[in-house]
Design a protein around this ligand. Structure first.
Ligand code: HEC
Length: 104
């Protein structure tokens, strides 16, 4: 009986956790990524010009082909001309990945 209760609680906790991802990620994305990548990941022309790069749309095949872990590394460690987003936590980065997956 006790085990059943524990198992049920674990299930609820895990489900709650996975629901949290994308909406929470959207908030973090809007605050920390949208200034450069635009509200829907399309990329801001002025930023691309300033960094002299092509900002790949986050919904593109190229970006979506990256694994969750690779996307997290881009945020936490930076890539090319993108500096690491120093104010983001591992958990927030995982939430942002969940949000980025909703863009495709
Ligand atoms: C200060 C501007 C800036 C911010 C803030 C920023 N990025 Fe970037 N991002 C860039 C630039 C510039 C590039 C292109 C880098 C290059 O090609 O050298 C880039 C590239 C990327 C790429 C593509 C990497 C690849 O290999 O194709 C991803 C994915 C990405 N950013 C995600 C994010 C996410 C998610 C956030 C928020 C946590 C974020 N970025 C915040 C400027 C920014």
């Amino acid at each position: 009986m006790k085990n059943t209760i524990v198992a049920t609680l674990v299930l609820i906790a895990t489900a709650g956790f996975s629901w949290a991802g994308a909406p929470e990620g959207k908030e973090v994305y809007t605050a920390k990524c949208a200034p450069c990548h635009g509200p829907n990941g399309e990329g801001k022309a002025a930023i691309a010009k300033m960094y002299n790069v092509t900002l790949p749309p986050l919904a593109s095949k190229e970006v979506q082909a990256k694994t969750d872990n690779q996307l997290k590394q881009v945020m936490l460690k930076g890539q090319g001309k993108m500096k690491p987003v120093s104010t983001i936590t591992e958990k927030q980065a995982a939430d942002v990945v969940a949000f980025v997956r909703t863009l495709k």
